[in-house]
Design a protein around this ligand. Sequence first.
Ligand SMILES: Nc1ncnc2c1ncn2[C@@H]1O[C@H](COP(=O)(O)OP(=O)(O)OP(=O)(O)O)[C@@H](O)[C@H]1O
Ligand SMILES: [Mg+2]
Length: 297
Amino acid sequence: MNSLYQSSIKSLPLLGHGKVRDNYAVGDDKILIVTTDRLSAFDVVMNEPIPGKGMVLNQMSDFWFEKLGHIVPNHLTGVAPESVVAADEVEQVKGRAVVAKRLKPIMVEAVVRGYIIGSGWKDYQATGSICGIELPAGLRQAEKLPEPLFTPAAKAELGEHDENISFADMESRIGAELAAKMRDISIKLYTAAADYAATRGIIIADTKFEFGLDENGVMHLMDEVLTADSSRFWPADSYAPDMSPPSFDKQFVRDYLETLDWGKTAPAPALPADVIDKTQAKYFEAIERLTGQKLKA
Ligand SMILES: Nc1ncnc2c1ncn2[C@@H]1O[C@H](COP(=O)(O)OP(=O)(O)OP(=O)(O)O)[C@@H](O)[C@H]1O
Ligand SMILES: [Mg+2]
């Protein structure tokens, strides 16, 4: 398994390093997105790669783009990543990169919640609603919501956390028509994905989509889609309400970090080898469970 902590593609202009992905310009209308093996927990990037994690994430995204392509167009171009880099850089992109249409990002993230957990649960406990959407009384932590909720968030500047906004605020930022379209498509995407995942024993508790506009103003799904990094996946067989179910993939890392006296700010503590190994195995299990196929290495 070739592992990649940070890419270094010299033949293309670097657009930036995200926490997990490295982005490069391909001409002026496309981007190369390389998913590395970096792992972030509590929003801090760990120092060790989880070998193969980037491939798993990339292949999960590809899987969903294909499966959900009938609902909305997406940013994939079909151009092989190997064809846009130099010969000695091919190893860095194999199985873990896409060449995408460079879109104009819509500066609102589309969060869909099927279950009440995380910041949604905190919000509900304090206000009886999530992001201003009123909910029935008596919901339990991690309970399935009566119907999926669309809770937009304003895209944060680098290093800041995304900020939940009301739907009315979203309308005033991007226009009512586009806001409604984004909401309706996001709910459709989530519902189709959650229904499929249920047949594979996986609960998709919530997820975040990003959209962009092409040169004709057509809305496209972009970024990563329904990966373990952008969603909460729970194994259905151990799911129960009244607790925060362990996430499918980061459970060992989070559990380990919780045993430490660490302030959850950078720098990250070193991860022991067995935590890395178990985490890697979880990612491989996740892609297999989801797609029914082993990771294509
Ligand atoms: N097809 C696309 N066209 C234009 N921008 C895109 C496209 N796909 C993704 N992006 C944007 O590229 C940016 C970089 O992505 P990335 O996720 O690597 O970093 P980040 O969002 O800054 O950090 P992180 O997600 O690690 O917290 C994001 O703002 C994302 O919305
Ligand atoms: Mg991102």
